[in-house]
Design a protein around this ligand. Structure first.
Ligand code: CO8
Length: 260
């Protein structure tokens, strides 16, 4: 598939995705969402990609939300279908085997904040602004925002942001646990790449299994979650990387992981 609304390049083991509709502050229209959905399938099947970084083009915006001009004429049924498609697309991001880092360079509003929350880790530029302003448009978040925001920052803070539609800056997003780290704007991509490199230096299967275990565990009770963890922990002992990682420790040398 030819991508017209996003840029994708592979740099070492990093799959680098730039959402690219700068004239609309990278708002998510149907064409861009279809491209994201297609690209996530491609990345999921690509063993040469170890970590994914998602950012927005331009200096102003990560993603300023779903495209309001496209949603304006929608019927209730079309709105529901659009919401379901968005949810399924962001699920693909959350469930990618590889870790995904959102490098939030500017506005992350509505669907943009929801996209960032579907990523595993969020790094924000000092200029970033976050919010779920949907109630100002007469709608609710529809791409998972009511669910992921409360899981990330807690029920009370999520409800305040959802009921008021207020925007918060990067420092406040950091304070409430919505983002992992805040950097100077010019350092954002370097910080995301440095984190990606560090993750890539660890045992790839173990990293992917950690991601799956956290995701699976948050949807079930603690007993089921730790039972899942015991299974995947055991499976790690069938990998060459477990042999290598522990041998390297005993032999006091750096490990050379192969992802096998
Ligand atoms: N959709 C479409 N176009 C947009 C969007 C958007 N979300 N955001 C910005 N744009 C466009 C503007 O219309 C403008 O276009 P033009 O130059 O042709 O007039 C261009 O981008 C630049 O924007 P501004 O001139 O407004 O730039 P400012 O710096 O003055 O303001 C803001 C920046 C504050 C980000 C402002 O653009 C804004 O408030 N944008 C809308 C933010 C918003 O409300 N986002 C939430 C949208 S709803 C949503 O995401 C729901 C997701 C789930 C849907 C599920 C449905 C079932």
């Amino acid at each position: 598939m030819e991508y017209s609304n996003l840029l994708y390049e592979k740099d070492g083991g990093i799959g680098f995705v730039t959402l690219n509709r700068p004239k609309a502050l990278n708002a998510l229209n149907a064409a861009l969402m279809k491209e994201i959905s297609h690209l996530m399938d491609q990345i999921a099947a690509d063993p040469t990609v170890q970590v994914v970084i998602i950012t927005g083009s331009g200096e102003k915006s990560f993603v300023a939300g779903a495209d309001i001009t496209e949603m304006q004429p929608m019927s209730a049924v079309e709105g529901r279908n659009w919401g379901k498609f968005g949810q399924a697309t962001f699920d693909k991001i959350e469930k990618l085997p590889q870790p995904v880092i959102a490098a939030v360079n500017g506005f992350a509003l509505g669907g943009g904040c929801e996209l960032a929350m579907a990523c595993d880790i969020r790094i924000a530029s000092e200029k970033a602004k976050f919010g779920q302003p949907e109630v100002s448009l007469g709608i609710t978040p529809g791409f998972g925002g009511t669910q992921r925001l409360s899981r990330l920052v807690g029920k009370g803070r999520a409800k305040e942001l959802l009921f008021t539609g207020d925007l918060i800056d990067a420092q406040e997003a950091y304070r409430i646990g919505l983002v992992n780290k805040v950097t100077a704007p010019e350092e954002l991509l370097n910080a995301a790449k440095a984190l990606a490199q560090k993750i890539m230096s660890r045992a790839p299967v173990a990293v992917q299994v950690c991601k799956a275990a956290v995701n699976e565990g948050l949807d079930v009770d603690l007993d089921s979650g730790v039972a899942y963890e015991a299974e995947v922990f055991g499976l790690c002992f069938a990998t060459g990387d477990q042999k290598e990682g522990m041998a390297a420790f005993v032999e006091k040398r750096p490990a050379k992981f192969t992802g096998k």
